[in-house]
Ligand binder design. Structure first.
Ligand SMILES: [Fe+2]
Ligand SMILES: [Fe+2]
Length: 277
């Protein structure tokens, strides 16, 4: 494990929280992980954190804030719970993809204070194998960076996307311009973490927080039957243990904004017992 130096900050990026089990696992383990990695900033993808695994609520935002989560990113499921829409007008701690069409509520960029430093957090959606019609994520990133890089060299991007090639292309595009590009949406942690030559940390997918013997956090029966029958099925969040907690610990040089370390976090909890309420 990397030992943090005086001029470094540690950012813990946590993968998609899946429903109430995701929240329960986060609440059980986050404080210890924050301490273990000496995390200065915690970012969570919350697009599936509402009880049914679709969208997010203001109540969950409150619980996440209480846990010390500074920024919540999202993705294609951000609007699944429509009650969240008004939250975007008064708050800047929940991001929606920056490349959604102009006029949609909220923003995909925020600046947060971490001690004496400022960190820019950006949320952007991929286009490959995604049904949403969004602006080009590459050109959107380019215009965002002209603004954010004038404020700080410390920039963390959540690229919510399906295809590994698109994520790798974005990492090459952004190398040296952002501190880290972390992928979400797939709900399965990948083992391709690296630091690119110009100092940008990268992983294709952070993974998730939820039921381990599930299909991407949902009860296996529904997705399996969907594949077997090609009929539409309503996915139900899985409450079955054990549970997985996936994250990425990024160490960043606060002066240059370059990454000095990236470490995958995968914790399996065999003890937690959860009942659907
Ligand atoms: Fe997700
Ligand atoms: Fe997603």
């Amino acid at each position: 494990m990397h030992v943090k130096k005086d001029n470094e900050i540690v950012v813990l990026c946590i993968g998609d929280l899946i429903g109430e089990p995701g929240m329960a696992v986060l609440e059980k383990h986050l404080a210890a992980l924050k301490k273990r990695y000496q995390a200065d900033l915690m970012i969570v993808n919350g697009e599936n954190s509402a009880k049914l695994g679709r969208g997010i609520t203001a109540e969950i935002m409150g619980r996440l804030r209480e846990l010390g989560v500074a920024v919540v990113t999202s993705g294609n499921h951000v609007w699944d719970n429509a009650k969240i829409v008004p939250y975007f007008s008064g708050n800047s701690d929940l991001l929606r993809p920056a490349n959604y069409p102009a006029g949609c509520p909220g923003t995909g960029v925020t600046l947060v204070s971490v001690g004496e430093y400022t960190v820019g957090v950006v949320n952007i959606l991929g286009r490959v194998f995604m049904k949403e019609i969004t602006d080009c994520p590459f050109r959107t990133m380019q215009s965002i960076l002209t603004y954010v890089r004038a404020q700080t060299p410390l920039i963390v991007v959540d690229f919510h996307a399906e295809a590994s090639a698109e994520k790798l292309a974005m990492a090459n595009f952004l190398d040296g311009h952002v501190s880290a590009l972390v992928g979400t949406h797939v709900h399965v942690q990948t083992a391709d973490e690296r630091i690119f030559p110009q100092g940008t940390a990268f992983i294709s997918d952070v993974g998730m927080v939820g039921s381990w013997f599930s299909i991407i956090g949902f009860k296996k029966e529904s997705p399996l039957n969907m594949f077997l029958t090609q009929m539409p099925h309503r996915f139900e969040v899985s409450y079955e243990g054990p549970f997985v907690f996936n994250a990425i610990a990024l160490t960043l040089d606060a002066i240059t904004g370059k990454a000095t370390d990236i470490e995958r976090v995968q914790l399996l909890d065999h003890d937690l017992v959860l009942q659907k309420t």
